[in-house]
Design a protein around this ligand. Sequence first.
Ligand SMILES: Cc1cc2nc3c(=O)[nH]c(=O)nc-3n(C[C@H](O)[C@H](O)[C@H](O)COP(=O)(O)O)c2cc1C
Length: 406
Amino acid sequence: MTLLSEPLRLRNGSVLPNRIAKAAMEELLAAPGQLPGDALRTLYRRLAAGGAGLLVTGHVMIDRRAVAQPGDVVLEHDTPLEPFRHWAAAGQSAGGRIWMQINHPGRVIPKDLAKTTWAPSAVPIDLGGLSGMYPTPRAMTAQDIDDTVERFAVTARRARQAGFDGVEIHAAHGYLLSQFLSPLVNRRDDRWGGSLHNRARLLLDVVGAVRERVGTGFAVGVKLNSADFQRGGFDTDDARDVIKMLADVGADLVELSGGSIESLATAGSPADGRTLAREAYFLVLAKQLLATSPLPLLLTGGIRRRAVAQQVLDSGVAMAGMATALAIDPTLPRQWLAGREAQATAPRTLLRNKALAAAALQAVTSRQLARLGQGKPSGTSYSPAVALLVERLVRARRRRDYLTWV
Ligand SMILES: Cc1cc2nc3c(=O)[nH]c(=O)nc-3n(C[C@H](O)[C@H](O)[C@H](O)COP(=O)(O)O)c2cc1C
C-alpha cells in the first residue's frame, strides 16, 4: 500500500516529497505586464505551507497574443525573470516542488481579447447560444506550428532558469494541443492530421523540444484528457497510446483529466451524458490506463476527502491532485499527512445553464484564490452568481490593461 506521505521518484531523478499535488488553477492574478507579483507570491507561499508535495501553477501563456484570460501570466523569450524567481521560491518555501504549467489556448481565446485565433483547422467552438464569444480560428500553417514548438521550449527553459522544478505541458481541456489530438477539431490531411500518430505529432514535438532544451534533472509533465467525452472525440484508447508515445519522448509523468470547453467534464457534466461518480470521477478511466502506462499517473478531479485520495493511490495511481478543494482549504494536505480527516465542501449553484453554472462555480474558486493572495482567509460563503458578476467587473479592468500592454 502506498501512503500519501511516501515520496515519488521520477525518471529524471527528481523526487516529489509526497503523493498530494495541487492541480493547476488559472489564478487570474497577473500583475502589470502579465507578470507574477505580490498576490501570486502570497498565494503560493500559503499553498506551499499547506503541505502538498507538488504545486502546479495555473496555466502560463507561451505567446502574448494568445491568452485565455486577461489576468493570465505570460512568459516569453524576453520577459523579465526576476518576478518568476520570486514565484518559484514562494512555491518551494516549505520544501515542496513547483512546476509551471505552460499553455497555448488555440481557439479558446475570447473575441474581446484577440481578433485572430489559431487552431489545427478553422473549426469554431460550439457552445450553443454562447458560441459567438469566440472567433472562428485560422488553420495553422507549418510555420505557425514550428513557431509554437519553439515557444513551448523557450518558456520551459526560462522556467528552469527562474528556479522552477519542472513544467507541465497542458494538452487537456480543449486547448491547442488537445485541439490537435481531437479528430473533431483537427481536420487536417497533412502530417499533423488524420492518424492518432499525426494528431499527436505536435504534442510529441513539444515534449521532445522541451526535454532537449531543459536537459535532465528537471521534470516534464503532461496534462492529458483521459477522454474528451464527445462522440467522435479523443477517447481513452487514444489516451492509452499517447501516454506510451509520451514516455518515448522524455515525459516524466502524466496528469489525467477530461473534458473541454464544449464538454465540461471537470464540472461534472460531460456532453455525452455519461454519469460520473461524484468523487474522483476519472478513476474508472484511469484504471483502464494504468495497466499499460509506462509513466506514473497523477489523477485530478473531484477529490476532497483523505479516504478518496488514499483510494486513488490504492488503485495504482501515483499521485492524487486537487484544485477546488485547496482553494477552499489549502491546509488539507498537511492535515491529511498528519492523519486527520479534514475535508472541503465544494460550493453549489442553482443556475440551470451548464456553461453558466460551471463559470459561476469557477468564479467562486477564483475569488477564493484572490483572497488567499491578499493574505485573507479563503472565505466559503460566496454566492456563485455574485462571484461571477464580480469576476466580470474585475475582468473588464484587466482586459483594458492587457490590451494596452499587448
Ligand atoms: C478556478 C479554476 C481554474 C482552473 N485553471 C486550470 C488551468 O489553468 N489549467 C488546468 O489544467 N486546469 C485548470 N483547472 C482545472 C483543475 O486543474 C482540475 O482539473 C479540475 O478543477 C478538477 O479538479 P478538482 O475537482 O479538484 O477541482 C481549473 C479549475 C478551476 C476551479
